[in-house]
Design a protein around this ligand. Structure first.
Ligand code: UDP
Length: 329
């Protein structure tokens, strides 16, 4: 079976994907600098602690391990933080990826699955976004993902690097197989913060109710992390089978407003979510909903968790287990 390097494999989506690959029989090597990921997510998967800016270390690892393909998650992910610290985002997300791409060229690794984002699109007029919608990022975070995608298009042409960019919409939920879930520090994402508000009784702030949407709050497409991990596997198989470079949206195609997510949390937990209305958060587009027809058609992807309540249920199970979670051995 092919050997896959997973960068950022101690993070939320990275670790769940790494364990999925291992369960499906792939050889897996994880790299992560553990600045934001968690060692406990890695379990017994082979692991090297390093930052992807370390090109020589990556060249050594890719060669020594005879890596066939890379799934590249290692990046910072917070829209709000990227607005406050754009330099950090450009150097880590773009600089880190350039280092990885250099290392891959030196070690002659020709296949890459890249964690891109719906943030490359920014605000769009359409009810759901197809892959050929215009790029219009409204945050440095989105800019970093678009810059990398542009580099990948060029490398496809000039270096023969075959890559698939997966443009995630809002990843959420916990993975029933590995038992892993979302543990960002600090947490900035909506669903874990709503659950935290339920548990602690401290109100969550909703970032704006004056958007041009039905209830005034932002609409997002919440996709379960296990379905997202599956999309990586399908993309990888496509590339390893000789497929061409491409880009796919990964979302369910259904949008939910912040208040609808809050109601789903109340339904699942049976408790009231304390909240207060605050101003808009910089960098937030009003509506981001995927058209994921291409992913379904070309890669045969189908979400197992299509219903928001089912997704929230897995996140709630993970939150309830805090302090007695069983991490992968
Ligand atoms: N959001 C919010 N309060 C919070 C965190 C998030 O109202 O404390 C909103 C945010 O403005 C966005 C949606 O929830 O409209 C999803 O945000 P998240 O940070 O989870 O993901 P993003 O869309 O930024 O990738």
């Amino acid at each position: 079976m092919p050997k896959i390097l997973v960068t950022g494999g101690a993070g939320y989506i990275g670790s769940i994907t790494a364990h999925l690959l291992a369960r499906r029989g792939y050889g897996v090597v994880v790299v992560d600098d553990l600045s934001r990921g968690h060692q406990h997510n890695i379990g017994s998967l082979p692991f090297e602690k390093l930052n992807v800016v370390d090109t020589p270390a990556l060249v050594g690892l890719l060669s020594l391990e005879h890596v066939d393909a890379v799934v590249h998650f290692a990046a910072y992910l917070s829209v709000g933080e990227s607005v406050a610290k754009p330099e950090l985002y450009f150097s880590n997300n773009v600089g880190g990826t350039l280092s990885l791409l250099n290392a891959m060229a030196k070690a002659q690794v020709k296949h890459l699955v890249f964690s891109s984002s719906a943030a490359v699109y920014g605000t769009q007029e359409l009810p759901s976004i197809p892959e050929d919608a215009p790029f219009a990022p409204v945050s440095p975070y989105g800019e970093t993902k678009l810059m990398v995608e542009n580099v990948l298009r060029s490398l496809d042409r000039y270096s023969g690097l075959r890559s698939i960019a997966l443009r995630y919409f809002n990843a959420c939920g916990s993975d029933p197989e590995s038992g892993l879930g979302e543990e960002h520090e600090p947490e900035t994402h909506l669903i874990p913060l709503l659950l935290k508000a339920v548990v602690t009784g401290n109100p969550i702030t909703i970032f704006g109710d004056d958007y041009d949407t039905q209830d005034g709050t932002c609409i997002r497409d919440y996709v379960h992390v296990a379905d997202l991990a599956e999309a990586h596997l399908l993309a990888l198989e496509k590339l390893l089978g000789g497929g061409a470079s491409d880009a796919f949206n990964v979302g369910t195609g259904v949008g939910h407003s912040v208040l609808q997510v809050l109601r789903a949390i109340e339904e699942v937990t049976g408790r009231t979510v304390p909240y207060e209305m605050g101003p808009r958060r910089a960098g937030d587009p009003a509506v981001l909903v995927a058209n994921s027809d291409k992913l379904q058609r070309v890669l045969g992807w189908k979400p197992r968790f299509a219903d928001l309540v089912d997704i929230v249920e897995t996140a709630w199970q993970f939150e309830k287990n805090k302090g007695k979670r069983e991490y992968p051995k």
